[in-house]
Design a binder for this molecule. Structure first.
Ligand code: NAD
Ligand code: G6P
Ligand code: MN
Length: 440
Protein backbone atom coordinates (compact mmCIF):
# COMPACT_ATOMS: atom_id res chain seq x y z
CA UNK A 1 0.00 0.00 0.00
CA UNK A 2 1.46 3.38 -0.99
CA UNK A 3 1.89 5.53 2.05
CA UNK A 4 0.96 9.20 1.71
CA UNK A 5 2.59 12.48 2.67
CA UNK A 6 0.34 14.91 4.47
CA UNK A 7 0.77 18.53 5.53
CA UNK A 8 -1.62 20.24 7.93
CA UNK A 9 -1.81 23.99 7.32
CA UNK A 10 -2.75 25.82 10.47
CA UNK A 11 -0.68 23.42 12.54
CA UNK A 12 -1.45 25.54 15.59
CA UNK A 13 -5.22 25.29 15.08
CA UNK A 14 -7.33 24.18 17.99
CA UNK A 15 -8.55 21.36 15.74
CA UNK A 16 -5.09 19.96 14.93
CA UNK A 17 -4.61 17.75 18.03
CA UNK A 18 -7.91 16.02 17.27
CA UNK A 19 -6.80 15.52 13.68
CA UNK A 20 -3.49 14.04 14.83
CA UNK A 21 -5.36 11.63 17.10
CA UNK A 22 -7.58 10.69 14.17
CA UNK A 23 -4.56 9.90 11.96
CA UNK A 24 -3.44 7.52 14.71
CA UNK A 25 -6.90 5.95 14.76
CA UNK A 26 -6.77 5.40 10.99
CA UNK A 27 -3.12 4.36 10.76
CA UNK A 28 -3.91 0.90 9.36
CA UNK A 29 -6.43 2.10 6.77
CA UNK A 30 -4.60 5.30 5.83
CA UNK A 31 -0.89 4.86 6.48
CA UNK A 32 1.06 8.11 6.42
CA UNK A 33 4.78 8.25 5.63
CA UNK A 34 5.52 11.90 6.36
CA UNK A 35 3.32 14.24 8.35
CA UNK A 36 4.20 17.92 8.63
CA UNK A 37 2.51 20.73 10.48
CA UNK A 38 2.83 24.16 8.89
CA UNK A 39 1.85 27.47 10.45
CA UNK A 40 2.98 31.08 10.25
CA UNK A 41 2.96 31.37 14.04
CA UNK A 42 5.96 29.39 15.25
CA UNK A 43 5.21 29.67 18.95
CA UNK A 44 1.57 28.74 18.72
CA UNK A 45 2.33 25.73 16.56
CA UNK A 46 5.05 24.55 18.92
CA UNK A 47 2.49 23.62 21.59
CA UNK A 48 0.77 21.27 19.16
CA UNK A 49 4.05 20.10 17.62
CA UNK A 50 5.50 19.06 20.97
CA UNK A 51 2.30 17.21 21.79
CA UNK A 52 2.46 15.50 18.37
CA UNK A 53 6.01 14.31 19.03
CA UNK A 54 4.89 12.52 22.18
CA UNK A 55 1.73 11.18 20.57
CA UNK A 56 3.47 9.68 17.54
CA UNK A 57 6.49 8.39 19.42
CA UNK A 58 4.15 6.30 21.53
CA UNK A 59 1.44 5.35 19.06
CA UNK A 60 2.80 5.66 15.52
CA UNK A 61 6.61 5.39 15.64
CA UNK A 62 6.91 4.52 11.93
CA UNK A 63 5.54 7.95 11.00
CA UNK A 64 8.00 10.77 10.21
CA UNK A 65 6.56 13.77 11.99
CA UNK A 66 7.80 17.35 12.00
CA UNK A 67 6.52 20.89 12.35
CA UNK A 68 7.83 23.90 10.51
CA UNK A 69 7.24 27.46 9.35
CA UNK A 70 9.36 26.89 6.24
CA UNK A 71 7.34 26.57 3.03
CA UNK A 72 9.85 24.35 1.22
CA UNK A 73 9.97 21.94 4.10
CA UNK A 74 6.19 21.91 4.28
CA UNK A 75 5.03 21.74 0.68
CA UNK A 76 7.53 19.66 -1.29
CA UNK A 77 6.46 16.17 -2.27
CA UNK A 78 3.05 16.33 -0.63
CA UNK A 79 -0.03 14.23 -1.51
CA UNK A 80 -2.61 15.84 0.76
CA UNK A 81 -2.91 19.29 2.28
CA UNK A 82 -5.41 19.55 5.12
CA UNK A 83 -6.05 23.24 5.44
CA UNK A 84 -7.51 24.98 8.48
CA UNK A 85 -5.96 28.41 8.83
CA UNK A 86 -7.45 31.48 10.47
CA UNK A 87 -6.08 34.75 9.11
CA UNK A 88 -5.86 37.22 11.96
CA UNK A 89 -6.57 34.59 14.60
CA UNK A 90 -9.34 34.48 17.15
CA UNK A 91 -8.65 38.09 18.16
CA UNK A 92 -9.82 39.24 14.74
CA UNK A 93 -12.79 36.88 14.95
CA UNK A 94 -13.77 38.66 18.14
CA UNK A 95 -13.75 41.98 16.29
CA UNK A 96 -15.70 40.53 13.34
CA UNK A 97 -18.39 39.60 15.81
CA UNK A 98 -18.34 42.68 18.03
CA UNK A 99 -18.22 45.45 15.43
CA UNK A 100 -21.53 44.48 13.79
CA UNK A 101 -23.12 43.85 17.19
CA UNK A 102 -22.18 47.32 18.33
CA UNK A 103 -23.94 48.67 15.25
CA UNK A 104 -27.09 46.66 15.96
CA UNK A 105 -26.31 43.89 13.46
CA UNK A 106 -25.66 40.20 13.94
CA UNK A 107 -22.02 39.42 14.64
CA UNK A 108 -21.12 35.90 13.51
CA UNK A 109 -17.92 34.26 12.33
CA UNK A 110 -19.05 33.04 8.91
CA UNK A 111 -22.39 34.74 8.27
CA UNK A 112 -23.40 38.36 7.69
CA UNK A 113 -20.90 41.21 8.06
CA UNK A 114 -18.60 39.10 10.26
CA UNK A 115 -18.38 36.48 7.53
CA UNK A 116 -17.74 39.21 4.97
CA UNK A 117 -14.88 40.54 7.07
CA UNK A 118 -13.34 37.13 7.67
CA UNK A 119 -13.82 36.29 3.99
CA UNK A 120 -11.91 39.33 2.80
CA UNK A 121 -9.04 38.34 5.10
CA UNK A 122 -9.04 34.65 4.16
CA UNK A 123 -9.01 35.02 0.37
CA UNK A 124 -5.50 36.46 0.12
CA UNK A 125 -3.92 33.86 2.41
CA UNK A 126 -5.76 31.01 0.71
CA UNK A 127 -4.54 32.14 -2.72
CA UNK A 128 -1.01 32.34 -1.36
CA UNK A 129 -1.40 28.82 0.04
CA UNK A 130 -2.58 27.42 -3.30
CA UNK A 131 0.40 29.07 -5.03
CA UNK A 132 2.80 27.74 -2.38
CA UNK A 133 1.46 24.23 -2.79
CA UNK A 134 1.09 24.17 -6.57
CA UNK A 135 4.62 25.50 -7.15
CA UNK A 136 6.01 22.60 -5.14
CA UNK A 137 3.51 19.73 -5.39
CA UNK A 138 1.43 20.31 -8.47
CA UNK A 139 -0.87 17.31 -8.01
CA UNK A 140 -1.49 17.54 -4.27
CA UNK A 141 -5.09 17.44 -3.08
CA UNK A 142 -5.96 20.54 -1.12
CA UNK A 143 -8.77 19.67 1.28
CA UNK A 144 -9.83 22.98 2.65
CA UNK A 145 -12.12 23.84 5.49
CA UNK A 146 -10.75 27.27 6.25
CA UNK A 147 -13.71 29.54 6.83
CA UNK A 148 -15.74 31.23 5.66
CA UNK A 149 -15.71 28.19 3.37
CA UNK A 150 -18.52 29.62 1.21
CA UNK A 151 -16.60 32.76 0.28
CA UNK A 152 -13.23 30.99 0.09
CA UNK A 153 -14.75 28.44 -2.32
CA UNK A 154 -16.23 31.14 -4.55
CA UNK A 155 -12.96 33.09 -4.63
CA UNK A 156 -10.76 30.06 -5.30
CA UNK A 157 -13.11 28.93 -8.05
CA UNK A 158 -12.84 32.37 -9.67
CA UNK A 159 -9.05 32.31 -9.44
CA UNK A 160 -8.45 28.61 -10.27
CA UNK A 161 -11.48 27.44 -12.29
CA UNK A 162 -9.63 24.43 -13.69
CA UNK A 163 -8.06 23.19 -10.47
CA UNK A 164 -10.24 20.22 -9.55
CA UNK A 165 -7.92 19.13 -6.76
CA UNK A 166 -9.06 21.83 -4.41
CA UNK A 167 -12.01 20.54 -2.39
CA UNK A 168 -13.81 22.83 0.02
CA UNK A 169 -15.74 21.09 2.72
CA UNK A 170 -17.59 21.81 5.96
CA UNK A 171 -18.24 19.54 8.89
CA UNK A 172 -21.66 20.88 9.84
CA UNK A 173 -23.67 18.47 7.64
CA UNK A 174 -21.74 15.61 9.26
CA UNK A 175 -22.29 17.05 12.73
CA UNK A 176 -26.00 17.18 11.96
CA UNK A 177 -26.01 13.60 10.68
CA UNK A 178 -24.27 12.52 13.87
CA UNK A 179 -27.04 14.18 15.86
CA UNK A 180 -29.70 12.44 13.73
CA UNK A 181 -27.83 9.17 14.29
CA UNK A 182 -28.02 9.63 18.04
CA UNK A 183 -31.77 10.23 17.90
CA UNK A 184 -32.32 7.10 15.80
CA UNK A 185 -29.61 5.05 17.46
CA UNK A 186 -27.80 4.59 14.14
CA UNK A 187 -24.29 5.17 12.81
CA UNK A 188 -24.28 8.29 10.63
CA UNK A 189 -22.03 6.51 8.12
CA UNK A 190 -25.04 4.38 7.21
CA UNK A 191 -27.08 7.37 6.04
CA UNK A 192 -27.32 8.26 2.38
CA UNK A 193 -28.10 11.99 2.40
CA UNK A 194 -29.67 14.25 -0.17
CA UNK A 195 -28.74 17.81 0.65
CA UNK A 196 -28.75 21.13 -1.21
CA UNK A 197 -27.80 24.74 -0.66
CA UNK A 198 -24.71 26.82 -0.10
CA UNK A 199 -22.18 26.38 2.68
CA UNK A 200 -23.76 27.15 6.08
CA UNK A 201 -26.96 27.65 4.11
CA UNK A 202 -28.55 24.34 3.18
CA UNK A 203 -31.12 21.65 3.84
CA UNK A 204 -31.35 17.86 4.02
CA UNK A 205 -34.21 16.78 1.77
CA UNK A 206 -33.77 13.02 2.20
CA UNK A 207 -31.87 10.78 4.53
CA UNK A 208 -32.02 7.19 3.37
CA UNK A 209 -31.07 4.23 5.48
CA UNK A 210 -29.51 1.08 4.03
CA UNK A 211 -32.92 -0.26 3.00
CA UNK A 212 -33.76 2.90 1.11
CA UNK A 213 -36.22 4.22 3.68
CA UNK A 214 -36.25 7.99 4.04
CA UNK A 215 -35.77 8.80 7.73
CA UNK A 216 -36.67 12.47 7.53
CA UNK A 217 -40.38 12.08 8.40
CA UNK A 218 -39.41 10.18 11.54
CA UNK A 219 -36.73 12.71 12.50
CA UNK A 220 -39.04 15.66 11.86
CA UNK A 221 -41.67 14.23 14.17
CA UNK A 222 -39.17 13.53 16.97
CA UNK A 223 -37.48 16.94 16.70
CA UNK A 224 -40.84 18.74 16.71
CA UNK A 225 -41.85 16.83 19.82
CA UNK A 226 -38.61 16.75 21.76
CA UNK A 227 -36.27 19.38 20.32
CA UNK A 228 -32.79 18.88 18.96
CA UNK A 229 -29.27 18.71 20.41
CA UNK A 230 -25.76 17.97 19.14
CA UNK A 231 -24.50 14.41 19.44
CA UNK A 232 -21.78 15.54 21.86
CA UNK A 233 -24.08 17.89 23.82
CA UNK A 234 -22.19 17.38 27.11
CA UNK A 235 -19.02 18.83 25.57
CA UNK A 236 -20.70 21.78 23.89
CA UNK A 237 -20.85 25.38 25.07
CA UNK A 238 -24.21 27.01 25.78
CA UNK A 239 -24.31 28.88 22.47
CA UNK A 240 -24.13 25.64 20.48
CA UNK A 241 -26.96 24.10 22.48
CA UNK A 242 -29.08 27.15 21.82
CA UNK A 243 -28.16 26.96 18.12
CA UNK A 244 -29.20 23.32 17.79
CA UNK A 245 -32.35 24.11 19.72
CA UNK A 246 -33.36 26.54 16.97
CA UNK A 247 -33.76 23.65 14.51
CA UNK A 248 -37.13 22.91 16.14
CA UNK A 249 -38.26 26.50 15.52
CA UNK A 250 -37.12 26.33 11.90
CA UNK A 251 -39.02 23.08 11.39
CA UNK A 252 -42.17 24.59 12.90
CA UNK A 253 -42.04 27.38 10.33
CA UNK A 254 -40.61 25.44 7.37
CA UNK A 255 -41.30 21.74 7.84
CA UNK A 256 -40.24 20.58 4.34
CA UNK A 257 -36.60 19.83 5.04
CA UNK A 258 -34.10 19.54 7.90
CA UNK A 259 -32.21 22.85 8.01
CA UNK A 260 -28.53 23.58 8.59
CA UNK A 261 -28.23 25.33 11.96
CA UNK A 262 -26.63 28.45 10.42
CA UNK A 263 -29.96 29.28 8.76
CA UNK A 264 -31.12 30.56 12.15
CA UNK A 265 -29.30 33.84 11.52
CA UNK A 266 -30.97 34.36 8.14
CA UNK A 267 -34.45 33.28 9.18
CA UNK A 268 -34.61 34.96 12.61
CA UNK A 269 -32.16 37.87 12.47
CA UNK A 270 -34.00 40.08 14.97
CA UNK A 271 -34.49 37.30 17.46
CA UNK A 272 -30.86 36.16 17.20
CA UNK A 273 -29.67 39.73 17.60
CA UNK A 274 -31.63 39.99 20.84
CA UNK A 275 -29.84 36.88 22.15
CA UNK A 276 -26.24 37.83 21.26
CA UNK A 277 -24.10 39.64 23.81
CA UNK A 278 -21.85 42.33 22.27
CA UNK A 279 -19.51 42.08 25.27
CA UNK A 280 -19.04 38.34 25.17
CA UNK A 281 -19.32 36.60 21.84
CA UNK A 282 -18.60 33.10 20.53
CA UNK A 283 -14.94 34.13 20.00
CA UNK A 284 -14.69 34.79 23.74
CA UNK A 285 -16.31 31.48 24.48
CA UNK A 286 -13.77 29.74 22.21
CA UNK A 287 -10.76 31.61 23.65
CA UNK A 288 -11.86 30.88 27.22
CA UNK A 289 -12.92 27.34 26.37
CA UNK A 290 -11.64 25.24 23.49
CA UNK A 291 -8.44 27.21 22.85
CA UNK A 292 -7.42 27.26 26.48
CA UNK A 293 -8.29 23.61 27.03
CA UNK A 294 -6.49 22.37 23.93
CA UNK A 295 -3.26 24.22 24.60
CA UNK A 296 -3.20 23.35 28.29
CA UNK A 297 -3.71 19.71 27.45
CA UNK A 298 -1.02 19.77 24.74
CA UNK A 299 1.44 21.38 27.16
CA UNK A 300 0.60 18.94 29.91
CA UNK A 301 1.17 15.93 27.70
CA UNK A 302 4.36 17.37 26.19
CA UNK A 303 5.73 18.01 29.70
CA UNK A 304 4.72 14.62 30.99
CA UNK A 305 6.23 12.95 27.91
CA UNK A 306 3.55 10.30 27.59
CA UNK A 307 -0.01 10.06 26.35
CA UNK A 308 -2.60 9.16 28.93
CA UNK A 309 -5.71 10.19 27.09
CA UNK A 310 -6.09 9.69 23.36
CA UNK A 311 -9.52 11.23 23.21
CA UNK A 312 -8.47 14.30 25.05
CA UNK A 313 -8.53 17.25 22.76
CA UNK A 314 -11.58 17.38 20.63
CA UNK A 315 -11.97 14.40 18.42
CA UNK A 316 -15.26 15.06 16.80
CA UNK A 317 -16.74 14.45 13.35
CA UNK A 318 -14.47 17.11 11.96
CA UNK A 319 -11.28 15.06 11.99
CA UNK A 320 -12.94 11.82 10.88
CA UNK A 321 -14.50 13.58 7.93
CA UNK A 322 -11.24 14.99 6.63
CA UNK A 323 -9.33 11.71 6.97
CA UNK A 324 -12.20 9.70 5.47
CA UNK A 325 -12.34 12.13 2.55
CA UNK A 326 -8.60 11.73 1.91
CA UNK A 327 -8.96 7.94 2.08
CA UNK A 328 -11.83 7.96 -0.37
CA UNK A 329 -9.67 9.90 -2.84
CA UNK A 330 -6.51 7.92 -2.27
CA UNK A 331 -8.12 4.49 -2.55
CA UNK A 332 -10.82 5.56 -5.01
CA UNK A 333 -13.48 4.40 -2.55
CA UNK A 334 -16.12 6.64 -4.12
CA UNK A 335 -17.87 7.31 -0.83
CA UNK A 336 -20.46 10.04 -0.47
CA UNK A 337 -19.53 13.38 1.11
CA UNK A 338 -21.32 16.69 1.17
CA UNK A 339 -18.90 19.06 -0.53
CA UNK A 340 -18.88 22.55 -2.00
CA UNK A 341 -18.73 22.41 -5.79
CA UNK A 342 -19.57 24.51 -8.80
CA UNK A 343 -23.23 23.87 -9.67
CA UNK A 344 -22.83 23.17 -13.39
CA UNK A 345 -26.42 22.09 -13.78
CA UNK A 346 -26.65 19.85 -10.69
CA UNK A 347 -29.49 22.10 -9.49
CA UNK A 348 -31.36 22.76 -12.73
CA UNK A 349 -32.78 26.13 -11.92
CA UNK A 350 -29.67 27.75 -10.43
CA UNK A 351 -26.95 29.26 -12.58
CA UNK A 352 -23.88 27.19 -13.37
CA UNK A 353 -21.39 29.28 -11.44
CA UNK A 354 -23.04 29.00 -8.00
CA UNK A 355 -20.81 27.19 -5.50
CA UNK A 356 -23.38 24.78 -4.12
CA UNK A 357 -23.08 22.37 -1.22
CA UNK A 358 -24.35 18.99 -2.40
CA UNK A 359 -23.84 15.30 -1.81
CA UNK A 360 -21.11 14.05 -4.09
CA UNK A 361 -19.23 10.84 -4.75
CA UNK A 362 -15.54 11.35 -4.08
CA UNK A 363 -12.84 9.19 -5.62
CA UNK A 364 -9.48 9.32 -7.33
CA UNK A 365 -10.82 11.80 -9.89
CA UNK A 366 -12.31 14.13 -7.32
CA UNK A 367 -15.96 15.00 -6.74
CA UNK A 368 -18.92 14.00 -8.87
CA UNK A 369 -22.08 15.52 -7.52
CA UNK A 370 -25.48 13.92 -7.77
CA UNK A 371 -27.95 15.62 -10.04
CA UNK A 372 -30.46 17.35 -7.81
CA UNK A 373 -33.19 18.68 -10.09
CA UNK A 374 -35.23 21.83 -9.49
CA UNK A 375 -35.61 23.65 -6.20
CA UNK A 376 -38.71 25.51 -5.10
CA UNK A 377 -39.20 29.26 -5.13
CA UNK A 378 -38.62 29.92 -1.42
CA UNK A 379 -35.27 28.10 -1.36
CA UNK A 380 -34.25 29.44 -4.76
CA UNK A 381 -34.93 32.99 -3.59
CA UNK A 382 -32.95 32.51 -0.38
CA UNK A 383 -30.01 30.90 -2.19
CA UNK A 384 -29.81 33.39 -5.02
CA UNK A 385 -29.82 36.29 -2.58
CA UNK A 386 -27.09 34.68 -0.48
CA UNK A 387 -25.00 33.65 -3.46
CA UNK A 388 -25.17 37.23 -4.80
CA UNK A 389 -23.68 38.31 -1.45
CA UNK A 390 -20.89 35.71 -1.70
CA UNK A 391 -20.08 36.49 -5.32
CA UNK A 392 -20.06 40.26 -4.82
CA UNK A 393 -17.79 39.80 -1.80
CA UNK A 394 -15.26 37.83 -3.86
CA UNK A 395 -15.53 40.31 -6.73
CA UNK A 396 -15.04 43.21 -4.33
CA UNK A 397 -11.81 41.52 -3.27
CA UNK A 398 -10.47 40.88 -6.79
CA UNK A 399 -11.59 44.22 -8.21
CA UNK A 400 -10.76 46.34 -5.14
CA UNK A 401 -14.33 47.54 -5.35
CA UNK A 402 -15.91 49.43 -2.48
CA UNK A 403 -19.12 49.58 -4.51
CA UNK A 404 -19.37 45.80 -4.78
CA UNK A 405 -18.58 45.39 -1.09
CA UNK A 406 -21.40 47.81 -0.32
CA UNK A 407 -23.75 45.91 -2.63
CA UNK A 408 -22.76 42.59 -1.02
CA UNK A 409 -23.51 43.80 2.48
CA UNK A 410 -26.73 45.54 1.44
CA UNK A 411 -28.01 42.26 0.01
CA UNK A 412 -27.12 40.26 3.10
CA UNK A 413 -30.23 39.29 5.05
CA UNK A 414 -28.46 40.27 8.27
CA UNK A 415 -27.96 43.84 7.07
CA UNK A 416 -30.53 44.74 4.40
CA UNK A 417 -30.21 48.51 4.78
CA UNK A 418 -27.72 50.31 2.54
CA UNK A 419 -27.09 52.87 5.29
CA UNK A 420 -26.23 50.13 7.78
CA UNK A 421 -24.18 48.36 5.14
CA UNK A 422 -22.06 51.46 4.62
CA UNK A 423 -21.66 51.99 8.34
CA UNK A 424 -20.50 48.46 9.01
CA UNK A 425 -18.34 48.32 5.87
CA UNK A 426 -16.47 51.48 6.89
CA UNK A 427 -15.96 50.14 10.40
CA UNK A 428 -14.68 46.80 9.09
CA UNK A 429 -12.31 48.48 6.63
CA UNK A 430 -10.84 50.54 9.44
CA UNK A 431 -10.60 47.60 11.83
CA UNK A 432 -8.96 45.27 9.30
CA UNK A 433 -6.32 47.72 8.09
CA UNK A 434 -3.84 45.92 5.83
CA UNK A 435 -5.66 42.59 6.19
CA UNK A 436 -8.12 43.97 3.64
CA UNK A 437 -7.38 44.77 0.01
CA UNK A 438 -7.70 48.47 -0.69
CA UNK A 439 -11.36 49.13 -1.53
CA UNK A 440 -11.78 52.13 -3.82
P1 NAD B 1 -7.09 28.91 15.31
O1 NAD B 1 -6.89 30.39 15.24
O2 NAD B 1 -7.00 28.21 16.59
O3 NAD B 1 -6.06 28.19 14.33
C1 NAD B 1 -5.71 28.67 13.09
C2 NAD B 1 -4.21 28.55 12.90
O4 NAD B 1 -3.92 29.03 11.57
C3 NAD B 1 -3.36 29.37 13.86
O5 NAD B 1 -2.40 28.59 14.47
C4 NAD B 1 -2.74 30.44 12.96
O6 NAD B 1 -1.45 30.84 13.37
C5 NAD B 1 -2.71 29.74 11.63
N1 NAD B 1 -2.61 30.60 10.46
C6 NAD B 1 -3.13 31.83 10.29
N2 NAD B 1 -2.83 32.28 9.05
C7 NAD B 1 -2.10 31.29 8.45
C8 NAD B 1 -1.50 31.16 7.17
N3 NAD B 1 -1.59 32.12 6.26
N4 NAD B 1 -0.84 30.03 6.88
C9 NAD B 1 -0.74 29.04 7.79
N5 NAD B 1 -1.29 29.11 9.02
C10 NAD B 1 -1.96 30.23 9.34
O7 NAD B 1 -8.52 28.65 14.63
P2 NAD B 1 -9.47 27.40 14.78
O8 NAD B 1 -10.67 27.82 15.56
O9 NAD B 1 -8.73 26.23 15.21
O10 NAD B 1 -9.96 27.21 13.29
C11 NAD B 1 -9.08 26.96 12.22
C12 NAD B 1 -9.81 27.09 10.91
O11 NAD B 1 -10.65 25.97 10.66
C13 NAD B 1 -10.72 28.30 10.84
O12 NAD B 1 -10.71 28.85 9.54
C14 NAD B 1 -12.07 27.71 11.13
O13 NAD B 1 -13.10 28.53 10.72
C15 NAD B 1 -11.95 26.44 10.33
N6 NAD B 1 -12.93 25.39 10.59
C16 NAD B 1 -13.79 25.11 9.58
C17 NAD B 1 -14.73 24.13 9.71
C18 NAD B 1 -15.67 23.88 8.59
O14 NAD B 1 -16.73 23.35 8.79
N7 NAD B 1 -15.36 24.26 7.35
C19 NAD B 1 -14.81 23.42 10.90
C20 NAD B 1 -13.91 23.73 11.94
C21 NAD B 1 -12.97 24.72 11.76
C1 G6P C 1 -19.17 24.17 12.78
C2 G6P C 1 -18.98 24.82 11.44
C3 G6P C 1 -17.57 25.29 11.24
C4 G6P C 1 -17.10 26.11 12.42
C5 G6P C 1 -17.23 25.21 13.63
C6 G6P C 1 -16.65 25.72 14.92
O1 G6P C 1 -18.62 22.90 12.79
O2 G6P C 1 -19.33 24.00 10.38
O3 G6P C 1 -17.51 25.99 10.03
O4 G6P C 1 -15.77 26.51 12.22
O5 G6P C 1 -18.58 24.93 13.79
O6 G6P C 1 -17.24 26.82 15.40
P1 G6P C 1 -16.76 27.42 16.79
O7 G6P C 1 -17.69 28.58 16.98
O8 G6P C 1 -16.92 26.35 17.80
O9 G6P C 1 -15.33 27.86 16.58
MN1 MN D 1 -18.56 24.84 8.43
Amino acid sequence: MKKVNVVIVGGGSTWTPGLLGCLVKFKEQFPVENLTLYDIDEQRQEHVGKFGEVLFRETYPELNFKYTIDKDEAFNNVDFVFCQMRTGGLKMREKDEKIPLNLGLIGQETCGPGGFSYGMRSIRDMIELVEDVRSRSKDAWILNYTNPAAIVAVALNMKYPDDKRIINICDQPVNLMKAYGKILNMDYHDFEPKYFGLNHFGWFTKLYDKNGEDLIPKLRKIILEKGFAPEDAEQRDASWLETYGMVKNMLEDFPDYLPNTYLQYYLYPYYKLSKLNPDYTRANEVMDGREKRVFEECDRIAKQGSIDNLDMVHNDAHADMIVELAMSIHFNQRKTFITIQQNNGAINNLSDDVMVELASVVGANGCEQFHFGNIETFYKGMIENQYAFEKLTAEAYFENSYQKALQALTLNRMVNSAKKAREVLDALIEMNGSYFPELK
